[in-house]
Design a protein around this ligand. Structure first.
Ligand code: PLP
Length: 638
């Protein structure tokens, strides 16, 4: 736990068995799921890492927690309205995820939020909970609004949120044409801006929402069109992952003021929709760092309820029902990405020739100098030795470029330089204060663990926004980790790496892992990846969606779980389809070339058959690397 912080960010859902295997406790009770067991069972089903494990009970648990938190806050404050949450399906549209959330949320009439036509198509079909809200956000055309009205006609509580003044005109026109009007919501452009990575969702330059003058003129327009009675909801969203509760409090106070003013203007206001933003404490620091949140779910609920009540009381306006569109907070925790480390690139670990006997008599001066720095003189501080070594390394590089140093000597200068760095790292690791340049040696000397996955497919926010995710081995946790490492993926892109890791105080540049053991797999888990990562991943280098298993707890057994659903990752053939290639066409073109080579006696017929079968097989297989075990199986099959 000291290295990986399970108890900090895991909210009581993780434990380590005596044999070092990591377990998930979906209900935060004794019942647990050993991740290594799930991985092994999936492997036997033909689904190896990279693998997404969805712990469905964790989803249910979060839905219950959110609703109960608001329930408790409402009771404590004797709040006279209700809580009516909706799940924004953009955060994770997977059918099983949406299904689970709707099912778990039934007792509270939990609804859905859609941000586009395709999402609305899903939401209309899937949301059948009585009295649940279906909130429609995002850019809209006439078809989007028609679709929403279709929901209204079927008796659903559909809210069309006006984000741009032009949408009011469309609603007016279509409701005249069809005689159907949905509930109308108004999205505010608050002056309270968020902070963190998604802070541009509010403020004067935000993409969405109505400024105060626009709000007034939209209301007038709807009133003139006779639609005033349908305006019932006020909406705001100041960005996802808001790290500080103070920002959320300010925003809800401002929005509640708008709510009261609209009520005073004679509108039949009923709902205040606080949007998303409820943060996840990815690094477990409970701070207002970008990857953290300095508040709990319960505090958030209490603050929303309390502030709305206070504003309404002072304006003498009846309180609204509170809607939230919390996505990340519901789904981040349930999904764990398992990746296998397939290799390590140890940087600069060639030993330098430090034995004095073997030295050449006429060794270049720069080498002699580096040896002196290596042997060290107690009058020099470690930082001085580091700076001197840097200077000598650069000198050696210039001498080499100018032709005064041969390759052997240049290689030796570099070996000596890295040996000096290693010694300095060891020497400084026991001291209290370490100067920044020396502290960075850990990262500079870190090994690179090559992981069989694509950052662009599975951890896009890490690449795009430096979002941090907790990462830890899922086994060998009873062993002291001894290797400082960063992670690199298997794409041919130097950005395909993870070299920033969670830490209590700051971001760590490397992660302490276990040494790889020949012939034994080493698996890492990337945690809290259930929000946004699935759908935003792309096909860089044509690495496709990863395998997936959905696990559930058995009700009565302590160690019991079952895999209910498996989703096989993309095959190469499927990925090729997205870029207008057809596997069958490629195979045909290869066959022609192999036939030609056979006719010309360049290739023997038997070899030609083998070549074609290898090509054809690989088109039908997954895009990721095969583990040595899978490679053996292929050879046996042949
Ligand atoms: N509602 C709206 C309008 C959004 O744009 C978003 C995402 O940014 C959300 C809800 C979900 O936010 P979160 O995942 O922070 O709960």
């Amino acid at each position: 736990d000291a290295y990986y912080g399970f108890s900090r960010w895991g909210k009581g859902h993780f434990s380590v068995d005596p044999d070092g295997a990591l377990c998930v406790h979906p209900m935060a009770d004794a019942r647990k799921i050993r991740l290594t067991d799930v991985l092994e069972e999936a492997r036997q089903m033909g689904l190896s890492a990279p693998l997404t494990i969805r712990v469905q009970d964790l989803l249910r648990r979060r839905v219950v927690e959110l609703n109960e938190a608001f329930g408790a806050a409402i009771e404590a404050e004797q709040y006279e309205g209700r809580y009516q949450g909706v799940f924004p399906i953009k955060v994770n549209q997977l059918r099983e995820v949406v299904d689970e959330i709707l099912d778990a949320g039934k007792p509270w009439h939990f609804g859905l939020e859609a941000g586009s036509k395709p999402e609305l198509l899903i939401a209309l079909a899937m949301l059948q909970t009585k009295n649940a809200l279906l909130v429609c956000n995002g850019y809209k055309d006439a078809d989007y609004i028609r679709l929403a009205m279709l929901g209204t006609r079927l008796g659903k509580k559909v809210v069309v949120v006006i984000e741009q003044p032009s949408e009011a005109d469309m609603i007016i026109q279509l409701s005249r044409e069809t005689g159907v009007t949905p509930i109308i919501g108004l999205r505010l452009k608050l002056s309270t801006t968020g902070e963190g990575r998604w802070s541009t969702s509010s403020g004067d330059h935000a993409k969405f929402g109505l400024s105060a003058p626009e709000l007034v003129s939209v209301v007038k327009k709807l009133r003139r069109a006779g639609l005033k009675d349908f305006i019932q909801l006020v909406h705001f969203h100041i960005g996802s992952q808001v790290p500080s509760i103070i920002t959320l409090k300010k925003a809800v106070v401002e929005a509640a003021r708008f709510y009261c003013e609209l009520h005073r203007m004679g509108l039949p206001m009923k709902y205040l929709d606080c949007g998303g933003g409820l943060g996840i404490d990815y690094d477990g620091s409970r701070s207002n760092f970008d990857s953290s949140a300095n508040y709990s779910l319960q505090e958030y609920a209490r603050d929303m309820v309390f502030n709305i009540k206070s504003v309404c009381e002072s304006s003498e306006v009846p309180v609204p029902d509170i809607v939230t569109e919390s996505g990340r907070a519901l789904v981040a925790l349930h999904s764990i990405l398992i990746v296998e480390v397939v290799d390590n690139i140890a940087k600069n670990d060639e030993p330098a020739d430090i034995s004095k006997r073997k030295r050449k008599p006429r060794e270049p001066q720069v080498l002699k100098d580096l040896r002196e720095i290596l042997d060290g003189d107690e009058h020099w501080t470690p930082l001085e030795r580091f700076h001197d070594a840097q200077q000598k390394k650069e000198e050696a590089q210039s001498l080499f470029s100018l032709g005064y140093l041969d390759l052997e000597s240049r290689a030796e200068t570099e070996r000596l330089y890295w040996e000096i760095c290693r010694r300095l790292r060891t020497a400084t690791s026991v001291r209290g204060y370490v100067p920044e340049e020396l502290a960075e040696l850990n990262a500079t000397l870190a090994e690179q663990y090559v992981c069989n996955f694509s950052v662009f497919q599975s951890l896009l926010d890490h690449w795009a926004l430096d979002q941090l995710f907790p990462i830890a081995p899922i086994h060998r946790l009873d062993e002291e980790p001894t290797v400082e490492a960063t992670l690199v993926d298997i794409t041919c892109d130097s950005d395909g790496k993870v070299n920033q890791f969670i830490d209590l105080e700051d971001v760590k540049q490397s992660l302490r892992l276990h040494p790889l053991e020949p012939g034994k797999p080493y698996h890492l888990g990337v945690f809290l990846v259930g929000a946004y990562q699935d759908i935003m991943g792309d096909l860089h280098n044509l690495f496709g969606r990863v395998n997936e298993v959905h696990v559930f707890l058995e009700d009565d057994e302590e160690d019991g779980y079952y895999i209910e659903e498996t989703i096989s990752g993309f095959t190469t053939d499927e990925v090729l389809g997205f870029i207008q290639h057809k596997g069958s066409d490629l195979i045909r073109q290869m066959k022609k070339q192999i036939d030609r080579a056979t006719r010309n006696d360049q290739v023997k017929p038997r070899e030609g058959v083998r070549m074609l079968s290898l090509y054809t097989d690989l088109i039908g297989e997954k895009t990721y690397l095969k583990s040595p075990g899978q490679q053996k199986a292929r050879r046996r099959r042949k």
